[in-house]
Design a protein around this ligand. Structure first.
Ligand code: SF4
Length: 227
């Protein structure tokens, strides 16, 4: 199929998927608990390789003790580590949180920057974290968040052939309207958890089945497109 035609077909499919996702998950939103952009940044850093539910168990005590950028920047590192320990990789996460807060204080007036390029200079912040923070703290759709669910389901839906999150994001940006970039990710994560599960997708009960080129081969999926 010619490249232009292939993109057009994918775009049509992506937009139909989007319509159905919105219908299925009308109230989907970020499931991390936070009060301020700084707290969202911290919670998002903690959510790497960890569930949002686990992060939400940790952040009440963390934010009670260190509620803002000043307190987090000045925190005793060991104390910080202990508070975030159950989210895994806690030494790195504590260091990143403190480093990011110190840099926000020294270079960005103590605020979470609103520019992607500035956000990416903060320790522990890659595009995925930056996209989440920009979208939910500031309503800026700067990109498409690609986590393990978005990667797997977008591949199964035939919207990208890539494995690298940056290239997947590039493909999805081309297919989706900008105002929907972040809500695409949120809803696809719901769908990935509920139906398009990594090891055994429930294709038989999937509301996207008629659109999905992977539907028939669910047994082979985990090997071919899992992730
Ligand atoms: S049909 Fe199967 S592989 Fe396709 S999106 Fe639904 S659950 Fe995933």
């Amino acid at each position: 199929m010619a490249i232009g035609r292939r993109v057009a077909v994918r775009k049509q499919r992506a937009n139909e998927v989007l319509v159905r996702l919105k219908r299925r998950y009308p109230d989907a939103t970020c499931t991390l608990n936070y009060q301020t952009p700084v707290q969202l940044l911290v919670a998002t850093i903690l959510s790497a390789q960890c569930t949002d539910a686990r992060v939400n168990q940790v952040t009440p005590a963390l934010f009670a003790q260190f509620p803002d950028v000043v307190a987090l920047a000045a925190a005793d590192l060991e104390e910080l580590e202990n508070l975030v320990k159950s989210t895994g990789f806690y030494r790195n996460k504590a260091r990143h949180i403190q480093g990011a807060c110190r840099k926000m204080l020294s270079e960005f007036g103590g605020k979470v920057p609103q520019e992607m390029s500035q956000l990416l200079t903060l320790p522990g912040v890659a595009r995925k974290t930056a996209n989440v923070v920009l979208a939910h703290a500031y309503g800026i759709n700067a990109g498409v968040t690609v986590d393990t669910h978005v990667k797997r389901v977008s591949r199964r839906l035939g919207l990208t052939e890539h494995s690298d999150p940056v290239r997947i994001e590039r493909d999805l940006i081309e297919l989706l309207p900008q105002p929907d970039w972040e809500n695409w990710s949120i809803r696809l994560i719901y769908h990935g958890r509920e139906t398009c599960i990594a090891r055994s997708p429930r294709c038989g009960e999937c509301f996207l089945g008629d659109l999905c080129p992977s539907q028939a081969g669910s047994v082979a999926l985990s090997g071919k497109n899992g992730g």
